[in-house]
Design a protein around this ligand. Sequence first.
Ligand SMILES: [Zn+2]
Length: 312
Amino acid sequence: MSPTRSVIGLLFRSASHCAFIHADGRPCPQPLIEWEQGYPTKAVDVAHIRSASPDGPRHDPDYTDTDSFDNLLLACQKHHRMIDYPKRGEVVYPIELCDEWKRRQVAQPGLPPEVLSTSAMAEITRQVEAKLQALTVPDFEVELLGGFTVEGQFMIPTRLESEGATRMELADSERYLGVHVVNRGLAGATIATVGIEFAVSDQQLPPYSYELFPMALQLPDTVRYQGGARVLSKASRTWWSLPGARHLAHCALVQQEQHGRPPTLIRAAAFLESTDPITPGPWIPLEPVLRHLMTPVEPLERQEFTLPLHTS
Ligand SMILES: [Zn+2]
């Protein structure tokens, strides 16, 4: 999933500045490495011409060796961002253009061996590997949300405040619970399952299977729900529960029967396809969550108005 050290070494030894060339023909002058008091710092990223990920820019399913020397450019951060910009990047900077930049970057004079010593090259390789590692680590944030529908169609997410969610007095409003997952990382990843967890005070209760989320696949001894989806970098997704308080109240009741004490706290959890853990959302009190899920108190139609009566 990462270029080898010899490929990284070859990239830095065969060029001297950023690969980006402006539309008017001016090359970006950013040097590959900046030296400060004898210490080298890499000043460019290793950029893929064809991305390995199907979500990424310029992905070519027939091109498998995406970490090869021929498929990699060295580009300054600004220009790396531009060529990889979601959707727009691959339109403005297609494969053919990037391949041309590659040919021209290889033709750059390159750094003389005496400048790029073995120890300097080792340091640069370490910096490149650290950066590439960060690109592959997903960074998720999980949160429990409330939600209600308007006219049976539009889901409006709400915060589950401790004093209870807003009581929208809509006749046809159904109440939902959502597991909201935000990907703050630089790589997309597939969330395999989402779910909820209960606790008494701060003691987490052992998980068991619920059928709270639609399309749920019950797994033995787990609180997880099937229905995975890919969440792209800087994107988010919400899994919505079945409507109403009945299902969650049932879950809470079963927990109480199994453990002798009623749960008081609830939180959202999400799990990757791999076993890598995602930090669950914060614990929040269960009671206002249940209150949120109750149907609206008073539908508008049934409200009684006292109208002044004019009798003659
Ligand atoms: Zn540049």
